[in-house]
Design a protein around this ligand. Structure first.
Ligand code: 9D3
Length: 243
């Protein structure tokens, strides 16, 4: 999958290719990251990318002419890619949106800075507008990095151990079960005995029960969206009885 990121801070976004799953995916050629700096498309002596807002007020706005030229060049490099503008006004991303985006050939991720971009850019050249949550960031770069990370781990071969993406929290609409490793006991807290039983069916059942129980307790909103089968309903009852 190809990511073209339009950003005034390319070094910030390039960090995704320097650690972890996304770095390995780039090495393996599963993803390509190409950063395009709008400053390179400014035509004046000072390479101006922003200007004062019409109507007055604080802050600056990214210029339509400069950003449109940048997007046009990105589209020329990646004609099949959707243009996504990261912005607080966008649809809040979720795992389903990441899954569907992972099937695209590529994405052109447009990162705003200052107060945002001239609205006409959105009307003329943006396909979708995405937010990463209801809090204030200083620009779209962290949003683009979140999107790249989340999509990359869904690409076949990116995780090495293939089940992990499926087992992730949210892939089946539930939170993950708890995890334990050595030591077997710490500060008088042992691990749950079932995990040492060697009974893999019992372990799977226990993990499912914990996932259902924690989702009920921590994220009831997620559980409300699911239509639990009879077995899951029983497991949740057992979990709640044990609390
Ligand atoms: C404090 C400035 N705000 C005026 C009321 C508006 C505003 C402008 C620009 C708020 C944030 C930003 C920059 N944010 C992003 O570019 C951004 C973002 C975000 O702030 N929150 C969640 N997702 C995203 S994606 C891009």
């Amino acid at each position: 999958m190809r990511f073209d990121v339009i950003t005034l801070f390319p070094e910030m976004v390039q960090a995704v290719t320097q650690s972890g799953v996304t770095s390995r995916a780039a090495e393996q050629g599963l993803i390509t990251l190409n950063c395009i700096n709008p400053r390179d498309y400014a035509t004046d002596k000072h390479r101006t990318v922003d200007d004062r807002p019409y109507g007055g007020g604080p802050g600056m706005v990214m210029k339509a002419d400069v950003v449109l030229s940048t997007i046009r060049d990105a589209k020329q490099q990646s004609p099949a890619s959707k243009v996504v503008y990261l912005s607080p006004q966008g649809k809040t991303v979720n795992q389903a949106m990441m899954s569907s985006a992972a099937k695209e050939e590529g994405l052109i991720l447009l990162c705003g800075r200052y107060e945002g971009i001239d609205e006409r850019i959105i009307e003329l050249a943006v396909d979708e507008e995405w937010s990463i949550g209801d809090y204030v960031l200083s620009g779209g770069e962290l949003g683009a990095m979140v999107v790249i990370d989340s999509i990359t781990r869904l690409l076949p071969g990116a995780l090495g151990h293939e089940q992990s993406a499926e087992q992730d929290s949210f892939s089946d609409g539930l939170l993950d079960c708890p995890h334990y490793t050595r030591p077997e006991e710490i500060e008088e807290k042992p691990i749950p005995a079932v995990l040492k039983s060697g009974n893999h069916a019992e372990i799977a059942k226990w993990r499912r029960m914990e996932a259902l129980g924690r989702t009920y307790q921590k994220r009831p909103d997620l559980l409300e969206k699911l239509d639990l089968n009879e077995q899951d309903k029983k497991l949740l009852e057992v979990f709640l009885r044990q609390q």
